[in-house]
Design a protein around this ligand. Structure first.
Ligand code: PGA
Length: 253
């Protein structure tokens, strides 16, 4: 059985003071017997605050992106070592907002995945189709291509340990969630593709999350799907109550 993962992507929200209030709120109400892995991904500027506040709690801290090179003249960038130095253990790679606003290609995603593993970070690789791709009936072919290019050259042991988040672009921040059948269809296809590119053992170990307008009301049904191992949550991770309700729904027997 794969452990459920609930990850909150705070995007560009929150000063350190706001991050503190949010995390104190989450910590105060976190279920005592937590059968899911909980990850928060604050902006870079709040990572150290988050790491300090999550120390000796089950909450893990992730970053939202990173540079793949180790150091050098790359003004404005943050390297993998700078993240681990702050107590960060996960990093979101290739979020659709990074791909569309900052020109991240599948090749960049691939370089970042390799850099994450080389520096002891676990990547949460995002992929997903636009509405146009879905309407053309090309979703599964598009996802397969993102996987083939994104995972190129990654050894099996890394793919086993990583997290993939299927986030249809049309469902992000729109309030339009994919139906559980739509989400399961793609997550199952992701697992099948990984089984073809690697083997069944790797595919079964891999964690696949769904992301895109996840909230308390839809979390349970989405996460009950056989190939969905948790959620990457944007908007609803910014309020302690909303994030906690997703965690509670996910771990309900
Ligand atoms: P959303 O964002 O939950 O606000 O739709 C998800 C994401 O972008 O990771």
């Amino acid at each position: 059985m794969r452990e459920l993962i609930i990850a909150g992507n705070w995007k560009m929200h929150g000063t350190r003071a706001q991050a503190t209030i949010l995390l104190e709120g989450i910590k105060a109400q976190l279920p005592a017997s937590l059968s899911a892995k909980v990850i928060v991904c604050p902006p870079f500027t709040a990572l150290e605050t988050a790491s300090d506040l999550c120390d000796e709690t089950p909450i893990l801290v992730g970053a939202q992106t990173m540079e793949y090179r180790s150091s050098g003249a790359y003004t404005g960038e943050i390297s993998p070592d700078m993240l681990t130095d702050l107590g960060v253990s996960y990093v979101i790679i290739g979020h659709s907002e990074r791909r569309s606003y900052y020109g991240e290609s599948d090749e960049t995603v691939n370089a970042k995945l390799k850099a994450a593993f080389a520096h002891g970070l676990i990547p949460i690789m995002c992929l997903g189709e636009s509405l146009a791709v879905r309407e053309e009936g090309q979703t599964l072919a598009y996802i397969r291509q993102q996987l083939e290019k994104g995972l190129a050259g990654l050894p099996a042991q890394d793919v086993k340990a990583m997290v993939i988040a299927y986030e249809p672009i049309w469902a992000i921040g729109t309030g339009k969630t994919a139906s559980s059948a739509q989400a399961e269809e793609v997550c199952q296809a992701i697992r099948q593709t990984v089984a073809q590119l690697y083997d069944e053992e790797v595919a079964q170990a891999l964690h696949i999350l769904y992301g895109g307008s996840v909230k308390g009301e839809n979390a349970r049904e989405l996460m009950a799907q056989p190939n969905i191992d948790g959620a990457l949550v944007g908007g609803a991770s910014l309020k302690a109550h909303d994030f906690l309700s997703i965690i509670e729904e996910a771990i309900k027997e």
